[in-house]
Design a protein around this ligand. Sequence first.
Ligand code: ZN
Length: 484
Amino acid sequence: MGYRVLIPTPLRPYTDQQDAVDVEGQTVGDALAALTDRYTALRRHLYGDDGKMRHFVNVYVNDDDIRYLDREATTLKAGDVISIIPSVAGGAPVTETAASPELTHAEVHRYSRHLILPEVGPDGQRRLKAGRVLCVGAGGLGSPAALYLAAVGVGTIGIVDFDAVDVSNLQRQILHSSADVGRSKLESARDRLSALNPEVKIETHETALTSANALALFRGYDVILDGTDNFATRYLVNDACVLLGKPNAYGSIFRFEGQASVFATEGGPCYRCLYPEPPPPGFVPSCAEGGVLGVLPGVIGTIQATETIKLLLGAGTTLAGRLLLYDAWHMRFRELKVRRDPACPMCGDNRTIRELIDYDQFCGTAPSSAVPVAVTSIPAMTVDELKRLIDAESPVFVLDVREPQEFQICRIPGTTLIPLGQLPARMAEVSTAAAGRSIVVHCKMGGRSAKAVGLLRERGIEASNLTGGILAWIDTIDPTLPKY
Ligand code: ZN
């Protein structure tokens, strides 16, 4: 019998860009075997060296996680749809009305469209006014979320960030404008939110969120809105929320797809119940590498704000226990069940994690660096060294493993383009084209090329990684090229 397997964006480079593949089989295991037989490069993304399904990939049949069915032995029936859901780089009533502040005449006027909603009304608006929400990050997700939270009158909005506004942020981070480029995101956010609604208090925390400061910071808020862009911070936010019993309005985005849920509510699941372990560093490209549709964080961040408002009101139905998936390219929303895992080390019946841990170590990332630890163990070359080799007409073959649209923006002269996803199938081409010359591999910043060097070396092909990628080349060697 035939079944459809839905392929998420991060894995489409390994399925010839197809978003759905029809396969045959009796069980989920058969269907996935048929899929990975057809697309062999996909296998290492789904299975570890031990042949077991990777922990950062979840498989669903319709809206059920196979971990709660018969795992890979789950029998399929006609019409079943299998979804592969990898982790991507995105309540209880919390305030007592009695303690909530009264509304001023100006606030009654401002929030009149809320006050006439029976579900919100004056009592609900007072709860929002008493509410304290912490946005982790003032970027793509934090922008729409903070704007709406301020607009609707959430009394205190905290923001944690330590970045400055870059011109490439403006395509999606709508808190900031062109005049803010170079300013701290916190200052820019404070100005914009205060201009929108001077009734709300903005608390800024100019710091990186760490295991040392997260608990103290979160303690002062009712709801935490996770707008982070990396796995180390995402697990840190989750664990701190579970430890403190604070609901976590979660969102994540990649290219055209987003996820949203609510974690760490009483009796509800946490992020670790969904994804027990992070993917290895560099396995999932970041938005800086993979790109993101400008409006996508607008949709997901607004959903996070919606969930936050309901958590503060203590009313409505939140996404706790459900994972909402949004595909902007095909304009599809889907919903999957997420259960609290009794074996979860964080929120399960026998918790083994009772305090915050070292999240850089847990995620295998070096602190305050985007470069995975493993990258340091492969041969590297600086852009100056490469320039000297090219100028001296030394025999060097430069391989660019970015995507064709990136190659179109800028390129190092004389390079050969083979996107990383195609490399396993085109290894022979590399050896032939290099023709004995030494091979230097580059991408945008050095992450994908490090993986490419690893793949080449596995096949016995020596190569080195260009440190800092084409961005370093532009900074140091050729500033006339456009940066992206
Ligand atoms: Zn959990």
